[in-house]
Write a protein that binds this ligand. Structure first.
Ligand code: ADP
Length: 265
C-alpha cells in the first residue's frame, strides 16, 4: 500500500486532522522504488557539479591557466562547485544518520520567543537584500523543550529560502502563536511562490520547483527534507501554503509545554 497524507488545517493554521489515501502497492516495493530513486538522484546531483568542474579544469589545463583574466574565474567556479558538493554530502550524511535513528535529540527548555527573535536578528543583520522583516511575536515567553541546534537549522533553512526567493522591496513576516497543545511558527514571504500542485512536495528529498535555478543559487534540495525529519522528531508537523507569484508561508508546530516552563527561565 502507498499512503498519501493530507493535512487538514483550520484558518488559524492549527492542524486538526489527517486524510489518508491508500494505494495498492506493497511496502517492500515502495521502499525499493524510493531507494532506487534516491540513489539515482544522488548520482545525478553529484555528476552535475563534477562534469562542470571537469570542463573548467580541462580548459585550464589546455592553457587558460596562463590567462590572468580567465584563470581566477574558472578556479572560482570549481571552488563553488566543490563547496556545493561538500554541502550535499554533509546533508546526505545528516539524513542518513536520521534514517538510521542513530541520533538523539539534545533538548533544553527555552523561551521560544527569545530564541526565534535572536535567529531573526542574525538574518536581519546580514541580509543583502532590501527585504523588510515584520515580527508578530507575543510579549510573554513561550517555553518549549527543543534541540536548539536542530530547530535553529530548521529556521535558518526556512528564512534563507524566504530571502532567496524574495524580490527586493518584499517583506518576510514572522509569527508565533499557541494553543493548549501546540506552538505554531509561521514564516511568510512575498516571493515567487510555489505552484499549488507542488506545494507539498517541497519537503521531499531533492524536490525543487526549478532545479536549474535552485542549483545555481547553491541549494542542495535537501534542506526542507532535513527540516521535516527534525520537526517530526520533535513531535511536530511542517507544511506550506503558497500563491504563485504572490508568496509562500511555511508553518511548523512544536508541542507546547505551556506555563509550567516558567521555572526554567
Ligand atoms: P533548496 O536547497 O533547493 O533551497 P529546499 O529543500 O530548502 O532546497 O527547498 C526545496 C524547494 O522548495 C526549493 O528549491 C524551492 O523550489 C522551493 N521553496 C522552498 N522555500 C520556498 C519559498 N519560500 N518560496 C518559493 N519556493 C520555495
Amino acid at each position: 500500500w502507498r499512503a498519501n497524507f493530507s493535512v487538514i488545517q483550520k484558518e488559524t493554521g492549527f492542524v486538526n486532522g489527517l486524510i489518508v489515501v491508500l494505494h495498492d502497492i506493497t511496502e517492500q516495493e515502495k521502499i525499493e522504488m524510493e531507494r532506487r530513486e534516491f540513489v539515482s538522484n544522488v548520482s545525478h546531483e553529484l555528476r552535475t557539479p563534477l562534469t562542470t568542474m571537469r570542463s573548467y579544469l580541462e580548459a585550464l589545463a589546455d592553457g587558460a591557466w596562463k590567462d590572468e583574466n580567465i584563470a581566477p574565474t574558472f578556479l572560482n567556479v570549481t571552488r563553488t562547485e566543490t563547496e556545493r558538493m561538500i554541502r550535499l554530502v554533509s546533508d546526505l550524511l545528516q539524513l542518513s544518520r536520521m534514517d538510521s535513528r542513530e541520533y538523539e535529540l539534545n533538548t533544553d527548555f527555552v523561551d521560544f520567543v527569545k530564541f526565534f527573535d535572536r535567529i531573526i536578528n542574525r538574518f536581519e543583520m546580514s541580509k543583502s537584500k532590501e527585504v523588510e522583516f515584520i515580527r508578530e511575536l507575543p510579549d510573554a515567553p513561550i517555553y518549549v523543550e527543543i534541540d536548539t541546534d536542530k530547530i535553529t537549522q530548521v529556521i535558518d533553512n526556512i528564512i534563507s529560502n524566504a530571502l532567496k526567493y524574495s524580490p527586493d522591496g518584499g517583506y518576510i513576516r514572522f509569527k508565533l502563536s499557541t494553543n493548549d497543545e501546540q506552538l505554531l511558527v509561521e514564516v511568510t514571504d512575498t516571493g515567487m511562490g510555489i505552484p499549488p500542485e507542488n506545494v507539498d512536495r517541497i519537503f521531499d528529498r531533492f524536490y525543487r520547483v526549478d532545479k536549474a535555478r535552485a542549483r545555481s543559487m547553491g541549494g542542495t534540495g535537501l534542506g526542507l527534507a532535513i527540516s521535516r525529519e527534525m520537526i517530526n522528531a520533535h513531535g511536530g508537523q511542517i507544511w506550506a501554503t503558497s500563491v504563485e507569484g504572490k508568496g509562500s508561508s511555511i508553518f511548523f508546530t512544536l508541542p507546547n509545554n505551556g506555563d509550567e516552563g516558567g521555572e526554567w527561565d
